[in-house]
Design a protein around this ligand. Structure first.
Ligand code: GLA
Ligand code: ZN
Length: 680
């Protein structure tokens, strides 16, 4: 079984916790849901202590009530297994379920998302709960999908996890010789002679100054991979319990976009469909949530994902929690759909009365009103989605540009001593993504193992580790006539973060045609102006953070040069002709500012005819999806608070208004406005 649940329209609704309320409140809620066009409820996410008040007592009265009521009202349920927050009795009886943190402190009962993934008691009891829930509700008419746990994350450093880490290493390496070699343990006298000598890398062992400062990158990298797999093991145990009762209802768990602790690419094959919770800082540019949407779509080979949570108005967990301005919720929702979301869901339907999320935005606030601005905007969007029907469901993004995203490179870069602690993987990746999106290109954000044969352009910034046959597959892109762009701090390490015994950028050397012998890393306020191109079409951009000193080899030619310091006049950006079909390998040796990154990326996209027709309208985002019937949908999103007037580049009908616009006709977008054109 694979794929998202089949639905007649975009599912709309969200997290709903009526177990926090007296039964009468549910009547009012459902009246309001109908008014708002809500057809889908995520329930039971934090209900464990009610469903199982003691180890041998299960009580499903409350869930029965919620699901039966939903079914009676014609709504569908995304049913959680409820295992993300353990009940107090469980932690008291089996203290091993409480995590041991990075500093080595065994925690006491409290909060959520804090179970030890190696705890046999947690595994047994969470699986048993999933089993009971699945047995009881597998055939329920309201059931639409399974939602295992919630926002898996974090790490544990207890003795059980240490043992499990040793087993995981034994499976991975087979022999201690192989492990010693991978971790380069002759450094600082670390040669292991017994698996039992291996400790999880923590504040008490290999680390100082926190989780990013490690004496052995190889050990810390493996612990990140191991924790990813340990938590995945919890997910898989629950999924197996569900599958014993429910053979085909799709299973997911809600991810968090660019979430560093877990390599979601290791999880992706095990989900029937991807889903995620979008809470961008509200002052972030729209490309921040867009990048996360595209990363989530890339998890399942471009298949649509679900927007499992977003706030209708405001978050509560930040120091300040800005309100979504009128129109912003609608725009963010259509943006998700534009990038491949086949569901639009909120956290939360009704505000909780107490505890830390009582100020979190909700469709229904404490007073239960339907005449608030937020409720009105939610209801208006509900009507729009109902009118749209199935038009976007199952539609796929026809991207010819790929951006590589690699958790191993993220981890390795940010736990590295040198060259610079100031380079943050997501920032650089976002800069290249933003540049491609500003030029109007659809972008698939894909793992380094993805098939690259459909892409004309592959962006591979800060590809710190180059693993397996990736270098050859990137060369194949250029051999076909495509262009690959990579950057500073790429090609530095193998899968264990051991340096390559060749010139930098290691296996990317042939493709880029450059050699880097030295690099200068400087504080954030130091810039070295980079002269890009020549004359009118040229630009002076700022380089920052890391300045690699590049020697072009063979046919590589400078496209940009540093203008100051002892390496003034030497190349900061190069392009290398590669293969016989006009392919190129570009190398950007410094962290260019946004203008510089855009200059580079746009030139590359332009070579392949991938600059979009509305690229000159900053603030207007475009995205394409191709529906299962083969028709192309063009989403136009005006992220500015001014009206915009475009000239239509093709004939199409706006599915939101029914209005047909001919090629060459004026096409107006309201402030924060959206159009979904079905092109002819
Ligand atoms: C997450 C969780 C929810 C809730 C929201 C609040 O996404 O899954 O339970 O805590 O954040 O923003
Ligand atoms: Zn543990």
């Amino acid at each position: 079984m694979s794929g998202a649940p089949g639905t007649p329209k975009i599912p709309y609704g969200g997290d709903y916790n009526p177990e926090q309320w007296p039964a009468e409140v549910a009547d009012a809620d459902h009246r309001l849901f109908t008014k708002a066009g809500v057809d889908t409820l995520t329930v039971g996410v934090f209900a464990w202590s009610l469903l199982q008040p003691a180890e041998d007592v299960y009580d499903f009265e409350v869930l029965d009530r919620i699901l039966d009521r939903a079914a009676a009202e014609g709504r569908r349920v995304v049913l959680a297994t409820g295992t993300a927050a353990v009940p107090p009795w469980l932690a008291r009886r089996y203290p091993e379920v409480n995590r041991t943190d990075f500093e080595g402190r065994r925690h006491g009962y409290g909060q959520r998302h804090n179970f030890c993934p190696g705890s046999p008691a947690y595994r047994r009891l969470s699986t048993a709960l999933a089993d009971r829930v699945a047995e009881r509700y597998a055939g329920h008419p309201a059931l639409l999908a399974w939602h295992i746990n919630n926002e898996y994350g974090g790490a544990c450093y207890c003795g059980l996890c240490a043992d499990a880490f040793r087993d995981w290493l034994r499976d991975k390496y087979g022999t201690l010789d192989a492990l010693n070699d991978a971790w380069w343990t002759t450094f600082w006298s670390h040669r292991y002679t017994d698996w039992a000598e291996i400790e999880p890398p923590s504040a008490l062992t290999e680390h100082w100054r926190g989780p990013d400062h490690t004496a052995f990158q190889g050990i810390t990298l493996d612990y990140h991979r191991f924790m990813t797999d340990a938590l995945l093991g919890c997910f898989l145990a629950e999924k197996e319990a569900i599958r014993a009762h429910s053979a085909s209802t799709p299973v997911t768990t809600n991810f968090m976009g660019l979430f560093r602790p877990l390599d979601y690419h290791r999880w992706a094959p095990h989900l029937d469909f991807a889903s995620w919770d979008s809470y961008p800082p509200l002052d972030a540019p729209p490309t921040v949530p867009a990048l996360a949407h595209d990363l989530m779509r890339g998890l399942k080979d471009g298949a649509p994902f679900w927007l499992m949570e977003q706030t209708p108005s405001t978050t509560a967990c930040r120091d300040v929690n800005p309100l979504r301005r009128p129109g912003e919720l609608r725009l963010a929702s259509w943006q998700a759909v534009a990038h491949g979301a086949d569901a639009v869901l909120y956290f939360q339907m009704r505000a909780s009365r107490g505890a830390c999320e009582k100020y979190h935005g909700a469709v229904i606030g404490h007073a239960g009103r339907d005449d608030t601005r937020v409720f009105r905007e939610v209801a208006a969007l509900g009507r729009e989605l109902a009118e749209l029907g199935p038009a976007t469901l199952g539609a796929r993004t026809p991207a010819r540009t790929a951006l590589l995203f690699d958790w191993d490179s993220w981890w390795a870069l940010e736990i590295s001593d040198g060259p610079s602690r100031l380079v943050k993987y997501p920032d650089v990746v976002h800069a290249y993504y933003r540049a491609a999106r500003a030029a109007g290109a659809d972008v698939d954000v894909v793992p380094v193992t993805a098939d690259l044969s459909a892409y004309d352009v592959v962006l591979a910034p800060v590809l710190h580790l180059v693993k397996g046959d990736l270098a050859e597959r990137l060369e194949a892109v250029a051999e076909r006539g495509g262009t690959v762009v990579t950057s500073f701090l790429s090609g530095r390490g193998d899968e264990h973060d051991r340096a390559f015994l060749t010139d930098v950028p290691g296996p990317l050397g042939a493709l880029t045609g450059v050699r880097v012998d030295e690099w200068d890393s400087r504080p954030a306020d130091v810039t070295n102006p980079v002269r890009l191109g020549e004359g009118e079409s040229g630009l002076e951009a700022a380089g920052r953070l890391v300045f690699e000193i590049v020697t072009p080899l063979g046919v590589a030619e400078p496209v940009g040069t540093y203008t100051s310091d002892f390496y003034a006049g030497s190349p900061a950006v190069t392009r290398n002709r590669f293969g016989r079909r006009g392919g190129e390998g570009w190398y950007v040796a410094t962290r260019l500012d946004d203008a510089g990154t855009e200059w580079v990326v746009r030139r590359v996209l332009d070579r392949h005819g991938l600059v979009g027709p509305y690229a000159e309208h900053a603030g207007v985002e475009t995205a394409h999806r191709v529906a299962p019937d083969g028709r192309t949908l063009l989403f136009l999103l005006n992220h500015t608070t001014d009206p915009v007037e475009l000239t239509a580049h093709a004939t199409g009908t706006d599915l939101l208004t029914g209005k047909r616009t001919g090629r060459g006709d004026p096409l107006a977008l309201d402030p924060l406005g959206v159009a979904v054109l079905r092109l002819e």
